[in-house]
Design a protein. Sequence first.
Length: 359
Amino acid sequence: MPHTTVDFRSDNCGRAAPEMIAALHAVNTGTELGYGGDTLTAALQTRLTQVFETPLRVYPVPTGTAANAVALAASCTPFGAVYCHAQAHINTSECNATGFFGGGTKLVAVDGEHGKVSADALLREIEGAGVGLAHKNQPAAVNLVQATDMGAVYGVEEIADVSRVAHARGLAVHMDGARFANALATLGCSPADASWRAGVDLLSLGVTKNGGLLTDAIVVFAPDVAANIGYHLRRAGLVWSKMRFASAQIMAYVEDDLWLRLARQANAAAGGIAQRLSALAGIRLVAPVQANELFVELPSAQALEGLQAEGILFQRRGPRLARFVCRWDTGESECAALVAAIERQLGTATTPQANGAPS
Ligand SMILES: Cc1ncc(COP(=O)(O)O)c(C=O)c1O
């Protein structure tokens, strides 16, 4: 049996889309000003203004962490509090880059189902924050992760509910859109409806995970909220000098809806796996599979170890909890191999070693 890689570790593990590579080749000509003074970066401003149907500023940055941390630093005071879900990437996986770039900004975890900040819980937290007390960090921003860190997708109304609570109390609304395209593909609405029209002031727009190479971006819809963002970025060393190559990726990303096509492929792979798994007894999807990630509780730690022993690549998120992430280039054979391996671990497989699973 040929050895097949069955890789559900992360959407970072996938290839770059050929369109992205082609875009880099296409822009590799002539001379251009650096640091965003080039014609392509100017064209990108115009293009994203069309895509999002509103005036905006876009700042290509190297990573999603940079996008999150600088977007929040630029919209908060150093003594500000940023409200986020306990599972939010800024809270679990960014070494408190928000606090570092923010000069002391504090993260405050807010409850909510499936990785979503609940508007009611946010309100309770803000009301108990000690507004005006010099002893306390002052409410400054809320962070929503779209799609969430548990694979769910905020509905437009849910975003608007949180935004209303935040804006009424002077907080900025930041969306960590590392998987914004995956969420958008699920919502089926316009980029505008999924962001600024629902109250989002700043968006970290993910590109790398969904077929890009080396760039994400900060999109600022509310310039007053992050008036000094250019200085924050430069001081942090986060302004590409050959910006046109970063901008070329983002241009290609939105061209002909490439971002949605890639996201739909990843989402379809995850949805297909979810459908097959939901027919199996003994496992639980801990959150609805609405984008390209599955969080699956298996009956025992041994079952997870069994999957690992079979060569299935994934992240363990708890003794019995596995995270499987589908990439834009996840193939059907990989999906089938994963489901077959899980069936074997559950003892329900009818065709052991079927579907090209690694032996
Ligand atoms: C939800 C979310 N936000 C932000 C990031 C950060 O991206 P990067 O690793 O490019 O800094 C990730 C990466 O895994 C993520 O999953």
